[in-house]
Write a protein that binds this ligand. Sequence first.
Ligand SMILES: [Zn+2]
Length: 102
Amino acid sequence: MDALQQELQTLDYPADWQFKIACSPLLWDRVQRKSDHPEALFAISELKHRVTFLNAAVFRESRYVYRRAMKHELGHIRCGCKSEDEAEKWARKLERQTMAKR
Ligand SMILES: [Zn+2]
């Protein structure tokens, strides 16, 4: 998935972090049901197993949408928590940093 690789160059994910992409709605459905994030649309991270599941559908959205989703997941990794508020705080912080670099 080229788009994913490209974003990873600028997003500071841990080197050993894994990504798994659910290529079909059916697979995503399965990922959602196994996780404790049944409402997550595009991405779910399992901090314990150091893996983020991505719904392939997110890459059909605009770049802003999937970048934002990846930043949000990175937020979970950074805070080491499942709190949506904390993850969003990190995502917004990363957003400001990328803006400043431009
Ligand atoms: Zn989240």
